[in-house]
Design a binder for this molecule. Structure first.
Ligand code: MEV
Length: 311
């Protein structure tokens, strides 16, 4: 069983960037990669701290003022406020297997794990709807103009067909399928990529709107295939989605290289996943081809490559 104070990574299968403009997108959790928090009770009067183990930082949390320059402290403060609780005498130890700035949702994953642990440390529980709203507010503060897809798939930890501002639409996976996820090792800052697409859109809406519309259509078609069809048919949609993302300028040489390597090693289709400009790519593969594609990505310089089954 998972640590109750944890949250998964995510991959976006279709529709990133277009999601910001209200187009549908599809994302799934990656439950094997997690951010986790552990509550260590402290003696009376010791105060409340967050220990960001991977960053070797210990952060004191008070509620006197909102410390908005630190996302972890701010998250803890917002949870205490929401639950009407005072800071406990405790240290929350936070670790994450989700690489940062890689398109796998590390920001939302870490905030979600932390928020769950803060609630646990004051003896309360945050329901997923409240938590999702809280993490979305935090994402907005620190990551620009997110659509809300990352917090939604991560908080509810289930595949979603996502449309900004609409109620959660869970997605049923008709037939499981296999992905290889390859990390370029290059940081891709989603806030910057989203901002650049916005500039492109504002400068030339007549040219960019049809690209966003087509990405939205791809997500709609992919939903039907995922729910009822043959997952192999997703390959062509993935490859087309990637071409459109390239036209939005969010690909990168490192992503193009890994996508090309995956296709040559026998992937059915491949695309960048998340904000792009670096970060991760995903390749749809037949299960028997997965180790071959994984190996090829690692040989081509991927910082990491792992296989996951979407079910
Ligand atoms: C980031 O994981 C997905 C983007 O579409 C941004 C967003 O929807 O918030 C690039």
């Amino acid at each position: 069983m998972n640590n109750p104070y944890s949250a998964p990574a995510k991959v976006i299968l279709f529709g990133e960037h277009a999601a910001v403009y209200g187009k549908p997108a599809i994302a799934v959790p990656v439950s094997s990669l997690r951010a986790s928090a552990f509550i260590q009770p402290e003696g009376r009067g010791k105060g409340f701290h967050i220990e960001a183990v991977d960053l070797a930082q210990i952060l004191p949390v008070t509620v006197d003022s909102d410390l908005m320059d630190n996302a972890l402290i701010y998250t803890a403060q917002q949870v205490l406020k929401t639950l009407n609780a005072t800071p406990p005498d405790a240290t929350i130890k936070l670790t994450s297997q989700i690489p940062m700035a890689s398109g796998l949702g590390s920001g939302a994953g870490v905030s979600t794990a932390l928020a769950r642990a803060v609630a646990g440390a004051v003896g309360k529980h945050l329901d997923d709807d409240t938590l999702n709203r809280l993490i979305f507010d935090i994402e907005k503060l620190y990551h620009g103009t997110p659509s809300g897809i990352d917090n939604t798939v991560i908080v509810y930890e289930r595949p979603v067909y996502f449309i900004k501002g609409m109620p959660l639409q869970p997605l049923t996976i008709g037939t499981p399928f296999t992905l290889v996820i390859g990390d370029t090792g290059e940081a891709g800052i989603t806030r910057v990529a989203v901002g650049d697409v916005r500039k492109l859109y504002d400068a030339n809406p007549a040219q960019i709107s049809p690209i966003l519309d087509e990405i939205g259509d791809i997500s709609m078609r992919a939903k039907i295939i995922i729910e009822t069809g043959n997952p192999d048919d997703l390959a062509i949609l993935m490859t087309r989605n990637h071409e459109l993302l390239r036209r939005l300028t969010v690909s990168a040489d490192s992503l193009e290289k890994l996508i090309d390597v995956a296709m040559r090693a026998g992937a059915l289709g491949a695309k960048l996943s998340g904000g792009g400009r670096g970060g991760n790519m995903i390749a749809l593969v037949h299960p028997q081809q997965a180790p071959i594609v994984q190996e090829a990505l690692l040989r081509a310089g991927a910082k990491n490559a792992f296989v996951t089954t979407v079910r």
